[in-house]
Design a protein around this ligand. Structure first.
Ligand SMILES: [Zn+2]
Length: 389
């Protein structure tokens, strides 16, 4: 296995979405701007450029898989997970989570050996045990098989055939196993053509961090993430409706038309491209909010309410710890005060109702860990936000 790097699993909490549908009367003060280059109507991703197959090998593992799944979902992408059988046996709930999230599951051998150095019966055991472990976890056995290291020969292929497995290699290697940076992984994915497949792994932080940009690149080319056909071995349109509902990154209405509040999603800084984030998924009152790479987990999912609150975890509010320039922005249990109420303006600013000041990235910072404050509204991009629901 080409693994060594550990990944940054962030704790995940159940996301509570607000049931409240906003009365249109109340929405005027709460409008959010969906600024995006995408002009496709809601719920109708434009796939006229074709389909690509995103694949993640070597999982599942408890430190990365949920983060990977959640990030894919938050970006409206589906992918194929080539699981190692012994991992599937150890973490069957993670295999179920893959399927529940609308992902596809393939076989990547039991112990990730060099199959071309093994006998036919050893190969048979590697593949068969994995079929059984995945079947036990999900109720159905895979139809796709990826040989470890892409190493295959006639013996491997005859075992695949006996088990009804289609061998799937790749067209583009992201090199994530070789230390590729997020930018390099995004660049690799941008080379994918219709029907092609990219190799990635379920264990690297850089791989997860590449997902929002991969999604944006595919959208810009009118391409979609598809399934891998067991018949042709190529990426094609999913053959089901798909449990992944419309991408929260696709605006609910085109262009800069303000949309009513309600619903939930990430709040992304225009200058930084990073998301409003509660560090370490803390739920403690007084935890200072920061900018962080968007991953769409519950500590980055915010909901606007009809009273002007911006909530996270259902019951914690975006809260100004003061009303002057430099007042820090924290989460605090919602109590109805005006320092917890915000107006989302059509110019992309988020203004405190009590202070009239703007939500502002300190020092116009754009990096991970940049803190937020109130500051006089000046129209800079460090005070502009897009709400990706
Ligand atoms: Zn592998």
């Amino acid at each position: 296995m080409a693994d060594s790097a550990d990944s940054t699993g962030r704790p995940s909490r159940l996301r509570k979405t607000l049931a409240a549908a906003l009365a249109s009367v109340a929405s005027a003060a709460l409008t959010v701007v969906a600024v995006s280059a995408a002009t496709a109507p809601a719920n109708a991703a434009d796939c006229s450029g074709g389909y690509v197959g995103l694949t993640y090998d070597d999982g599942p593992n408890p430190s990365n898989t949920m983060n990977l799944i959640n990030t894919l979902k938050a970006n409206g992408l589906r992918a194929t997970f080539f699981n190692v059988g012994q991992n599937a046996q150890n973490y069957p709930s993670l295999v179920r989570a893959q399927v529940d999230a609308g992902m596809w599951v393939g076989n990547h051998s039991w112990s990730h050996p060099h199959l071309t150095q093994m006998s036919s019966s050893q190969i048979q055991s590697e593949l068969q045990r994995t079929q059984q472990a995945i079947q036990q976890a999900t109720g159905s056995a895979p139809k796709l098989f990826r040989p470890p290291y892409g190493e295959t020969n006639w013996t491997v292929q005859s075992v695949e055939q006996q088990l009804g497995l289609r061998e799937i290699l790749w067209d583009v290697d992201s090199q994530d196993w070789n230390g590729a940076s997020t930018a390099q992984i995004v660049q690799a994915a941008s080379r994918l053509q219709n029907g092609q497949i990219i190799l990635m792994h379920d264990q690297y932080a850089a791989t997860v961090q590449a997902i929002p940009q991969i999604a944006a690149n595919l959208r810009s080319r009118n391409m979609c993430a598809g399934m891998i056909s067991p018949t042709t071995g190529r990426a094609v349109a999913p053959d089901d409706g798909g449990p992944v509902s419309p991408s929260p990154t696709i605006p609910q209405s085109p262009g800069t038309t303000p949309t009513p509040g309600g619903g939930s999603g990430t709040i992304r800084g225009v200058a930084s491209g990073r998301c409003l984030d509660v560090p370490n998924a803390s739920t403690s009152d007084g935890t200072q909010v920061q900018l962080y790479d968007c991953h769409g987990q519950s500590n980055q999912v915010w909901s606007s309410t009809s009273s002007g609150e911006i909530r996270v975890y259902g019951s914690k509010c975006l809260d100004a710890a003061g009303s002057g320039n430099g007042a820090r922005i924290q989460i605090y249990s919602c109590w109805g005060g005006d320092n917890q109420k915000w107006r989302v303006e059509s110019d992309g600013t988020i203004r405190g109702v009590q202070s009239g000041l703007c939500l502002d990235a300190v020092g116009a910072g754009t990096g991970n860990g940049t803190q937020l404050q109130l500051y006089s509204c000046h129209g800079g991009n460090n005070q502009k936000w897009t709400w990706n629901r």
